[in-house]
Design a protein around this ligand. Structure first.
Ligand code: FAD
Length: 443
């Protein structure tokens, strides 16, 4: 049983770290959060390092709801009822995210969300944040962390590594163990661009949707903001003939945009300035084990499992980690058992999420605008309306339910097998009936 004296150190005050702090404080821990960046509430985007929007869906919403934060987050976001696909000929097509009213996503600014989480956690009397303090060491057996600026050794009963994809906590946790670690960089990177609001703050495109410009060589998605602007993420290869490296000057940028996203060009007056000025981020998948050590160290969020952003699930899965970890700590009085139960409940599913996220890269880039995809998606939705308990599309299971990722995939495979079997039987019956009727006529 957790006593009020127990001390938890959380490494990283990102999305997962801040939410974990809220949950741990509620469980009675004294929580110290060490974050290498400055306080996001006073230092702006420089503190968070990213100005991106994130698509919040069911899993993230369930965790925020449990923390009592959902209403405040939704009030800061913009609902997205589906995606608007911009086709190469300049026409657009709306594809709804679901068949039911609540099956929508919410676009939230990462900075806004982070400030809210840090504010909420730090309002708790047992939580303290230490900004500008980088983790430099961790002793998994003693339960201590080394932090810099100033150098200090901090003792903890529980250490939570929430320090993102290149986690130092993970490195120290696994050092010298028979640990598995696989890191895969996508040859593509991303940068942030803007579609500003039109005159009087009127959006230049339909606001309550994710906008997607598919393309084999470059993919762009745009999330809506409350001020009528959209924040775009442009994805393309780091190097090569069509790549960030090739976009060295305004002429090259304008020629590229005219060819790749003809209807987006006029929506983005600052395109060239932004592309020349903004950094290009890397996209990484990380699969690893173990996520924990005895009853003292555990990983959450990208530190445990980083995925490509093409299913919009990285943050949602990170928040779900926090929720499951909290539930395991509540269910198992022995913390070692709780941490083991948490890893067992999460790791097989986040590994499947990594596969789904990689598969969605191909889908968003090359398929969403093709007639075959549009037909298949419409058939998926029609079946789901017709047989609501028997047929649930994969996207619905992943984005609009909290069905564990591997279970969602297994269910969809079962549905597809059952449909294929029904079609085979139906076809055989039809052929047999046709033959019998021919024979009948011949007699
Ligand atoms: P982070 O947010 O990376 O936080 C880690 C924190 O740890 C940081 O504050 C960092 O400064 C700190 N830190 C690191 N090292 C140390 C150290 N040594 N000492 C102290 N502190 C340290 N997810 C979605 O669900 N929906 C989306 O639509 C979506 N879109 C995305 C689009 C893009 C382009 C990208 C790149 C990602 C997207 N994601 C999305 C994924 C999402 O951003 C991440 O999964 C999420 O931020 C992970 O949160 P985290 O707290 O685990 O890690």
């Amino acid at each position: 049983m957790t006593g009020p004296q127990e001390h938890a150190v959380v490494v990283g005050a990102g999305l997962a770290g801040s939410l974990t702090a809220v949950f741990l404080a509620r469980r009675g821990y004294r929580v110290s959060v060490y974050e290498r960046r400055p306080d996001p509430r006073t230092a702006g985007t420089a503190a968070t390092g990213r100005s991106i929007n994130l698509g919040l869906s069911a899993r993230g919403m369930a965790a925020l709801d449990e923390a009592g934060l959902l209403d405040a987050v939704l009030a800061r976001g913009v609902p997205m009822r589906g995606r608007v696909v911009h086709r190469p000929d300049g026409t657009t097509r709306f594809q709804p995210y679901g068949v039911r009213e609540h099956e929508i996503l919410h676009s939230v600014l990462r900075d806004d969300l982070l400030r809210l989480l840090v504010d909420t956690a730090s309002a708790h009397p047992d939580v303290s944040f230490h900004f500008g303090r980088t983790l430099t060491g961790l002793d998994r057996d003693k339960g201590t962390v080394e932090v810099a600026d100033p150098a200090e050794t901090v003792e903890a009963d529980l250490i939570v590594g929430a320090d993102g994809v290149f986690s130092a906590a993970r490195r120290h946790l696994q050092h010298g163990l028979r640990a598995d670690y696989a890191q895969e960089f996508l040859p593509w990177g991303y940068t942030e661009l803007t579609i500003p609001a039109g005159p009087g703050g009127v959006p230049r495109v339909r606001l309550e949707a994710l906008h997607v410009w598919p393309g084999e060589d470059a993919l762009m998605v745009a999330h809506p903001n409350r001020d009528g602007s959209l924040t775009c993420s442009l994805f393309m290869a780091h190097e090569g003939p069509v790549s960030f490296a090739a976009l060295r000057d305004r002429a090259a940028i304008h020629a590229f945009a005219d060819a790749a996203f003809p209807d987006a060009r006029e929506l983005m007056p600052d395109l060239a300035d932004e592309l020349l000025a903004h950094p290009v981020g890397r996209l990484v998948t990380v699969r690893t084990a173990p996520w924990r050590h005895e009853d003292r160290v555990v990983l959450v969020g990208d530190a445990a499992h980083a995925v490509y952003p093409f299913f919009g699930q990285g943050m949602n899965a990170a928040f779900e980690d926090c929720l499951v970890l909290d539930a395991c700590l509540g269910r198992h009085p022995d913390r070692g058992t709780a941490l083991a139960a948490y890893e067992a409940a999460r790791r097989p599913h986040t590994d499947v999420l990594a596969d789904l996220s990689a598969a969605n890269f191909t889908e968003l880039r090359a398929r969403v605008h093709r007639p075959g995809y549009v037909l298949a998606a419409a058939a998926d939705r029609a079946l789901s309306r017709l047989l609501p308990h028997r047929w649930v599309p994969l996207y619905t299971l992943v984005a609009h339910t909290t069905t564990p990722y591997a279970d969602a995939l297994a269910r969809v495979r079962r549905q597809r097998r059952a449909l294929a079997a029904a079609v085979t039987v139906g076809t055989a019956v039809a052929v047999l009936a046709a033959r019998l009727s021919l024979r009948g006529r011949a007699c």
